[in-house]
Ligand binder design. Structure first.
Ligand code: SD4
Length: 309
């Protein structure tokens, strides 16, 4: 069954993010405004995995990536942005105020400051400080080429002891009352990544894709695997071929498994998608990925995504 308006977003933090998005959707606001306001909630929460409170890279610096895409196929992205609280809003400004799609690093920060975004202090949150110190203990501090190594590579913390998957991202897609689609994705990237590493989240067609004729999708998990298959673009193309959102996500997951099954077994990737009718779905590699679905004032709930393995 389809719903309109509807907003869905990745992981448990999606519930609060959906609430902010729904406030806009319920009053016939634009999906683009909803997906920006929604993930800003997560970016601002200090005790979460997204935004300035999140885990740093190996050099101890938090670098943020984000992307946003609207119903006209306009998009904006920022990569490796430091000391700015709301990368998603900077991404939107890149989309609306520059001739470009993506700004990274120092240039992105310069642009943000020129646009009036305050430069926040360079300071790890207490949680991030603790986990960074913990990570440093074992770290040999050299580039790990083999990221799937069992040791303490940058992606080793992906699987936490409690069986939950570590995550650092929120992706959100929405359909508004005017039947327009938009999406957003914002992240601190994988914790303890190499300095300068970009994942899928700021890359259109990888971490986020919207086609207003068909549907919208976003991704979470090991960004490298998502980039290699142009994940969310693929999900949208599968929907274009007539697949429902869940099947489209499953087929994209299947593509990851086909490419390298052994690697896929040891990593997590999750996709979520909605189509033009307001149907929704998700699929992931490993048990443990969930997403939040909201299509009414009192209808905002978690769904456990089906998993390949
Ligand atoms: C990345 N896809 O930077 C992001 C990380 C993520 O939950 O989704 N974590 O690769």
């Amino acid at each position: 069954k389809g719903f309109r308006p509807i907003v869905i977003s990745t992981w448990n933090e999606g519930i609060n993010a959906n609430k902010a998005a729904w406030n806009i959707l319920r009053s016939k606001g634009r999906a683009l405004d909803a997906v920006e306001a929604g993930v800003m909630v997560t970016e601002a929460s200090q005790n979460c995995c997204v935004g300035l409170g999140a885990n740093p890279d190996r050099d101890g610096i938090v670098t943020l990536d984000a992307s946003i895409m609207d119903e006209h196929g306009n998009c904006g992205c920022v990569g490796a942005l430091e000391r700015i609280k709301h990368p998603i809003s900077v991404a939107r400004r890149v989309m609306e105020k520059t001739p470009h799609v993506m700004l990274v690093g120092e240039g992105a920060q310069k642009f943000a400051i020129a646009e009036g975004f305050p430069l926040e202090p360079q300071q790890l949150s207490a949680d991030a400080e603790r986990s960074y110190k913990e990570w440093l203990k074992k770290s040999e501090y050299k580039p790990v080429i083999n990221i799937e190594n069992k040791g303490h590579g940058p992606f080793a913390p992906l699987h936490l002891e409690n069986g939950d998957w570590n995550h650092d991202t929120i992706g959100m897609v929405a359909l508004d009352a005017m039947s327009n689609l938009s999406g957003s994705c914002t992240t601190s990237g994988m914790g303890f990544k190499m300095r300068g590493r970009l994942g899928d989240s700021p890359i259109i067609g990888a971490g986020l894709y919207v086609d207003n004729e068909v549907g919208a999708a976003t991704a979470t998990g090991l960004g490298e695997e998502v980039i290699k298959i142009c994940g969310t673009h693929l999900v949208v193309e599968f929907m274009r071929q007539g697949n429902n959102p869940e099947t489209a996500c499953r087929k994209a997951v299947e593509r990851i498994v086909k490419r390298d099954k052994e690697k896929a077994k040891n990593t997590q990737v999750g996709f979520i998608a909605i189509n033009k009718k307001g149907e929704f779905g998700g699929y992931c590699l490993q048990k443990g990925f969930n997403y939040a679905v909201c299509y009414g004032d009192d209808t905002n709930f978690m769904v456990d995504a089906k998993h390949w393995f």
